[in-house]
Write a protein that binds this ligand. Structure first.
Ligand code: MN
Length: 247
C-alpha cells in the first residue's frame, strides 16, 4: 500500500492552521486505578442484542449479524450528572448497557486480536427518545433523532479488562427511584464483546478511544423529571443519572 494512501480512519487535516472558532473538544472518562483519563473517539451502539428486549420491541434478533448505530462522542456525559429532559419527545427511555472501551487499533480482527483490543468495560446508559426512534423505524428512516442527541450517552468509569472476570455470569440491572426495572445477565447477550469487535472491525478501522454500547436487556421504560436512575453490572462501577426539568 502506498504511503500516501489514506484509510478511512484518517482525519483529513490535523494541521496547526488557526481555526475560525475553537475546535470541539473530545470528552474523556475516568479509569479505575489510573490518574489519566480515557479519551473518547467514537461511540458505536449495537441494536437488539438481547432476545427479550427485541421481543418487547416487537421485533426479532437478527442471528446472522449484529447491526449498529452511532452517537457523537460529544453526547457522552459522566455518571452522576443531572441532565435536562430532552426536547422533541414525550417518551424518553433508559437503556442499561455494558460498554466496551477499546485500547488498540484493530482492523479485520481475529478473536484473539479482538480480545487484546478491549481495554476495559463500563456501565452505560443509551438514553433514547423512543417515540422518535419508533417513528423513524416505521418510516424506514435513520434513528438519529431518537438515538443521537445531546447527553444521550451516559458512562461510568472504566474498569480495565484485566480486572474483570470473563464476561457472562455478571448481573446487569437498572433501578428507577429504587425500583428494579431491568434485570438480566451478560450471558444473555446474543453477540459477545469479542464477537462484536470481530464483526465491527470488518467495517471500520477501530481505534483506541472507540466505545461500543452493547445493547440493552428487556424492561426499558420511560422516565420523567425528578427520576433517579442507577444501573449496575457486577464488578463494574455503577452508572447514575438524574433527570432534570425540560429546558
Ligand atoms: Mn441501546
Amino acid at each position: 500500500m502506498s504511503k500516501a494512501m489514506q484509510h478511512a480512519g484518517t482525519v483529513p487535516s490535523l494541521s496547526e492552521t488557526p481555526r475560525l472558532f475553537p475546535s470541539p473538544r473530545y470528552p474523556a472518562v475516568a479509569v479505575s486505578g489510573e490518574d489519566a483519563l480515557y479519551p473518547i473517539h467514537r461511540v458505536f451502539c449495537v441494536g437488539r442484542n438481547y432476545a427479550d428486549h427485541a421481543a418487547e420491541m416487537g421485533v426479532e434478533v437478527d442471528r446472522e449479524a449484529p447491526f449498529y448505530f452511532l452517537k457523537d462522542a460529544q453526547a457522552i456525559v459522566d455518571s452522576g450528572s443531572t441532565i435536562a429532559y430532552p426536547p422533541g419527545t414525550a417518551n424518553y427511555h433508559y437503556e442499561m448497557e455494558l460498554v466496551i472501551a477499546l485500547g488498540r487499533s484493530v482492523f479485520r480482527a481475529t478473536a484473539e486480536e479482538a480480545e487484546r483490543a478491549i481495554f476495559g468495560y463500563a456501565a452505560g446508559l443509551d438514553m433514547t427518545r423512543r417515540d422518535l426512534q419508533l417513528d423513524a423505524r416505521a418510516k424506514q428512516r435513520p434513528w438519529d433523532l431518537g438515538k443521537n442527541f445531546e447527553a444521550s450517552a451516559v458512562m461510568a468509569l472504566i474498569t480495565p479488562a484485566s480486572e474483570v472476570v470473563k464476561i457472562g455470569p455478571q448481573r446487569i440491572s437498572l433501578l428507577v427511584n429504587g425500583d428494579v426495572r431491568q434485570d438480566a445477565h451478560l450471558s444473555d447477550l446474543v453477540w459477545s464483546p469479542v464477537e462484536i469487535v470481530v464483526h465491527l472491525s470488518r467495517f471500520y478501522h477501530l481505534a483506541p478511544g472507540d466505545l461500543i454500547y452493547t445493547g440493552t436487556p428487556a424492561g426499558v421504560g420511560a422516565v420523567a423529571a425528578g427520576d433517579v436512575i442507577r444501573g449496575e453490572i457486577d464488578g463494574l462501577a455503577p452508572v447514575e443519572l438524574v433527570i432534570g426539568a425540560a429546558e
